[in-house]
Design a protein around this ligand. Structure first.
Ligand SMILES: [Zn+2]
Length: 250
């Protein structure tokens, strides 16, 4: 009898706690905590994934040109998510694969026009590219850093705004995700933060990497913005300026 009363009491406390936690999370996030992008365990790693090199490059200081392993001018790989048979998120008359390809091409053009950088893309047309191919390509060209571009989506239309990601515990990944976030945030009124996640492209690239979720295709306002050339150009420029700050320090 006593035991069962205690059980009931403890269940009551747990449900109260759960209720409080859910409410707080909903107020803070107003939507998903982690974006719905492919995780590290959906496919095998690329054959040229090198976790020791990943660890080493994660700690290097890009501004320390005397000890830095590579030339001062970076090799950058831009990764427009999805493509071809994979549209990514779809909603409000637009597709994630088209929006992120346009932003990435504009960002590449801005980078090349303004900075001494070499820029490659995992795709520059509407083609299907596997996760292994994306990461294997970045690893094979010896990229100094990797920027994956995505648009968020949710099952309801309320969540909106900006977030960027890096792999769990990544030092330079965090710096890159924060630099791009700090430039992109002038385009958004809802700021969802810099987050950690185990996305495939963040884990299996040998170099510091970030993944940006620039708005929700499922939100009417975000989608209407993303549908305009002006907004996409702004994002492209802000991405590039964030990369510049990451690499050159200003
Ligand atoms: Zn995506």
């Amino acid at each position: 009898m006593k035991k069962s009363k205690m059980f009931v009491a403890s269940m009551f406390c747990v449900s109260l706690l759960c209720g409080a936690t859910t409410t707080m999370a909903e107020k803070k996030e107003s939507g998903p905590v982690i974006a719905d992008e492919p995780m590290w365990n959906v496919a095998p790693p690329p054959t040229n994934y090198n976790p020791i090199l990943k660890e080493q490059l994660d700690k290097e200081n890009a501004q320390d040109k005397n000890t830095f392993r590579v030339a001062a001018n970076p090799i950058i790989v831009l990764d427009p998510g999805h493509g071809g048979t994979d549209p990514g998120a779809v909603g409000n008359g637009i597709k994630e694969k088209d929006i992120v390809l346009d932003i990435a091409k504009r960002s590449r053009d801005y980078l090349i026009a303004n900075y001494p950088a070499t820029v490659y893309m995992t795709r520059s047309t509407d083609t299907t590219v596997s996760l292994e191919s994306r990461t294997a390509y970045a690893n094979s060209v010896g990229a100094n850093f990797f920027v994956s571009m995505h648009i968020n989506s949710y099952s309801t239309s309320t969540p909106n705004g900006l977030e960027t990601y890096h792999y769990y515990g990544s030092t330079n990944g965090s710096r890159l995700a924060t630099s791009t976030y700090n430039k992109l945030k002038s385009s958004y009124s809802t700021l969802r933060g810099v987050k950690e996640a185990g996305f495939y492209v963040l884990k299996y690239t040998n170099m510091p990497a970030t993944l940006g979720e620039t708005g929700f295709i499922s939100n009417a306002t975000d989608a209407a913005n993303l549908a305009t050339t002006t907004f996409r150009q702004n994002l492209a420029t802000q991405y590039a300026q964030g990369m510049h700050e990451y690499w050159w320090g200003f």
